[in-house]
Design a protein around this ligand. Structure first.
Ligand SMILES: C[S@@+](CC[C@H](N)C(=O)[O-])C[C@H]1O[C@@H](n2cnc3c(N)ncnc32)[C@H](O)[C@@H]1O
Length: 274
């Protein structure tokens, strides 16, 4: 089984905070007073970027008084978007220590430190009491996790009985193993894709009712192809800042993986069945 250390090493980078601030500075942003929108090209580490986050949030129809847990929060883009747009309080949990540190630093600089907090930890053994959160949220995390039953059980455990789970996952689309590297793995030992059908079935088996389940593959492919068309002129701000020197190969492979029907993208909402 892949160790959590290998996964944290895949994502971690000691100088990440400095690199991000330097890139924002070079792009003319005021790094002492950032807006979450300034960060969107960098801090949405999943297919379809900010659009995916705003779509998923709309599916949830948040009122603003919810407590949200972002499972595998990365450097915190989705959590800050939810806090800023809807006013909810968001706790981010992530395995990668550097990501948690950068997430907290960016929360300070966007003036959202009172609304979001970050904890380092494993989604398979969450440091939260039973029935804590109104909403659990997770984007592009489950594909690093082999034990999907335990993940779903943990998410259900920390949700209140009326809780809802919003998810967006890359799935195995049946066309063969992905070309590596991809953003979540440089090789297959830390990549655990399920089919869309199995993703849904495992949620139901863990005690969720899946109330919305949408195939977002066509949109993900369109976005990946659009990104490649502008690849000749590298953007000052982009995912390469977080993904590092493998970023061009990772993003090219994602386009190919979507095109060749190797991977797909699903999103949905599930409610806790008591
Ligand atoms: C592709 S990134 C997505 C980050 C964030 N959800 C986003 O969409 O911007 C995957 C994240 O999952 C985290 N992760 C992977 N396995 C995890 C685990 N077992 N527990 C907590 N976080 C995990 C990684 O550290 C990484 O930050």
């Amino acid at each position: 089984m892949a160790s959590t250390q290998t996964i944290a090493q895949h994502y971690g980078r000691a100088d990440l905070g400095t690199v991000i601030l330097a890139a924002l500075n070079a792009a003319g942003k005021n790094i002492d007073r950032l807006e979450p929108d300034d960060l969107a090209p960098i801090d949405e580490l999943h297919s379809r970027g900010r659009e995916s986050t705003s779509d998923l949030a709309q599916l949830l129809a948040l009122k603003g008084d919810e407590t949200v847990l972002d499972v595998g929060c990365g450097i915190g883009g989705p959590s800050r978007y939810l806090a800023k747009t809807y006013g909810c309080r968001v706790t981010g949990l992530d395995l990668t220590p550097e990501f948690c540190q950068v997430a907290a630093m960016l929360a300070e600089r966007t003036g959202l430190a009172g609304k979001v907090e970050y904890r380092q930890g494993d989604a398979l053994a969450m440091p939260f009491a039973d029935r804590t959160f109104d909403v659990a949220w997770s984007q592009s995390v489950a594909m690093n996790i082999a034990d999907r039953d335990r993940l779903n059980n943990e998410i259900k455990r920390v949700l209140k009985p009326t809780g809802r789970f919003a998810f967006s996952d890359v799935v195995d689309a049946g066309g063969g193993a992905p070309h590596f590297p991809v953003p979540w793995a440089r090789e297959s030992s830390i990549s655990f894709l399920l089919t869309a059908q199995a993703t849904r079935a495992k949620l139901e088996a863990a005690g969720f009712n899946v109330i919305t389940f949408e195939d977002e593959t066509a949109r993900a492919l369109a976005r990946a192809e659009g990104r490649m068309k502008s690849a000749g002129a590298p953007l000052a701000l982009g995912l390469h800042i977080v993904l590092g020197q493998d970023a061009p190969a990772m993003l090219k492979n994602m386009r190919r993986n979507y095109q060749e029907g190797r991977v797909g993208l699903v999103q949905g909402i599930a409610t806790r069945r008591n």
